[in-house]
Design a protein around this ligand. Sequence first.
Ligand SMILES: NC(=O)c1ccc[n+]([C@@H]2O[C@H](COP(=O)([O-])OP(=O)(O)OC[C@H]3O[C@@H](n4cnc5c(N)ncnc54)[C@H](OP(=O)(O)O)[C@@H]3O)[C@@H](O)[C@H]2O)c1
Length: 247
Amino acid sequence: MDLGITGRRALVCGASRGLGFACAAALAREGVDVTLVSRRHEALSDAAARLHRETGMSAHIVDADIATEAGREHALAACPAPDILITNAGGPPGMDFRTLRLEDWSAALSANFLSAVELIRLTVDDMAQRSFGRIINITSLTVRLPVQQLDLSNATRLALTGYVAGVARQVAPHNVTINNILPGTIATERIRELGATAEKLVAQVPMGRAGKPEEFGAVCAFLCSAHAAYMTGQNVLVDGGLCSFTV
Ligand SMILES: NC(=O)c1ccc[n+]([C@@H]2O[C@H](COP(=O)([O-])OP(=O)(O)OC[C@H]3O[C@@H](n4cnc5c(N)ncnc54)[C@H](OP(=O)(O)O)[C@@H]3O)[C@@H](O)[C@H]2O)c1
């Protein structure tokens, strides 16, 4: 299926590896001109080379910390008028809630909430003016299934979910959609870093396995497509059936 987004420009955050990279690769396969953002230049160069090997497409790279105002400005200077924005940053650490201090909350809010809020604010009106925009926030299954020790994620992802629920409806008349994709247990570095917490979750996945990053990327590309124009303000789980509302 032709997704109808050839030639569109995408700014993909947290894209040197994992889910961000998978989204960028899936978009590049559709002929989207992608700009990859992450903090480490070397990892980004490797990612761009990998993307070229796997898709035949060249990618722009920009090393920026999107948790900071300067980093967001730097990223947007490299891709000033994106048609597609993927917000994403590394997940917060797993910690006992009693040990969390204000600086831990501040870091998690900056990376996983305010970075997306600000990038949306800085791009959405231009998208509306051009009558096309697709914004995807990579959040987490913690929105539907709070996970012990991941209290920073449980709380900050829900804050973003609430924000998007309001804003998505305000820009809906302009063919600008904003959706969240909620990964469950997709085999990336992050999942390996979470160790036992992640292993416990994978053991409960009805499909009996962790997800593949490319399975996540394919969902992202579809939600960014011309065909997904009537979906907005949604929280789409990619979790192998892990989250359930029945007992
Ligand atoms: N994998 C899963 O199944 C799963 C499940 C639930 C939630 N999530 C969430 O989904 C997001 C992506 O997960 P992942 O598994 O792909 O993580 P990952 O493997 O740790 O990759 C994170 C990517 O983001 C970049 N990054 C981190 N902080 C950044 C910042 N401040 N500014 C710019 N780039 C930044 C990293 O590169 P640099 O280090 O070079 O910056 C890397 O490219 C995370 O928030 C994670 O918590 C993932």
